[in-house]
Design a protein around this ligand. Sequence first.
Ligand code: TXA
Ligand code: MG
Length: 326
Amino acid sequence: MWLRMTELLTADRAGLRQAAALLRAGELVAFGTETVYGLGADATNARAVAAIFDAKQRPRFNPLICHYADAAAAFADVLPNPVAELLGERLWPGPLTLVLPRRPGSRVALLTGAGLDTLAVRVPSHPVARALIAETGRPIAAPSANRSGRVSPTTAQDVVDELGGRIAAVLDCGVCTVGVESTVLDLTGERPSLLRPGGATLDTIQAVAGPVLCGGGSGEVRSPGMLMSHYAPLVPLRLNAQEVSPDEALLAFGTPVQGAAALFNLSARRDLTEAAARLFSGLRHLDAAAQARGLARIAAMPVPETGLGMAINDRLRRAAAPREGG
Ligand code: TXA
Ligand code: MG
């Protein structure tokens, strides 16, 4: 489906120029930031952004972060409030992402924000990343450069391993220094709210922004990507279940097989989009039920290996795989 040469570019003048030209032409280029490697596309080009979702096999409801060379450029696409301006001034460039209302008239493609009326913006501190964004002259949409649900890459080689053959190039920016993703902070409410803990600590943020709302259950829902974290249930998972026993919880697809102690149906009407959207909540739900009731395992009915079914089965296989170190 993808099958192409992925070029490994050196972070010198020529490499930067080539990476920027590829991005402007609508191609996908992975690049290092201080947190993790990002899979970059011209955020104003909807087709290029769509290619990110395809390469990552990422469900489309998950919005992307827009990367800028400086705060002024970022605030040209969103409507900053005084707290955002202060945070931008003090903590950018750096591992902090701010969710703000999208500015009317912004050229950023709607798909970048997955159709939301908010946009996540960030100014990375990695010098090569900033040079690349400046050279490209466009906002760069970039999720972590891993296939969806996998561990984020922190070296150029990690990216080649994850996405080689699916993207135009990887700009080698060395090893990422922070190593965890940016902190995602929602500034659209009355108070700043933490959507994802990350490279910028809460203390650092609160020192600038004052009290920040944390967790409280709603955080995961409001940051859609958190639902797609690298989730594997604590109880064992059995794939391809054609029947179930009374000590199992059933993750169903279509008409459930009978006899399980607990049931979660991914999609009664066998809709893969619905099933993908419910996959992790289903696993979480059954995991909790199985633990509370002392069930032996979760049994998952087969899901077709087509469209989003490939991604669903990939996650299920991952969750069912034996775990290292017990
Ligand atoms: O460090 C990072 O943030 C890396 C580097 C490449 O910059 N990027 C990254 O992107 O981790 P990604 O796509 O893997 O995670 C972005 C997170 C997701 O949890 C997503 O749901 C959330 O940010 N997000 C993006 N836009 C949002 C929005 N408008 N509202 C709420 N959450 C949003
Ligand atoms: Mg990620």
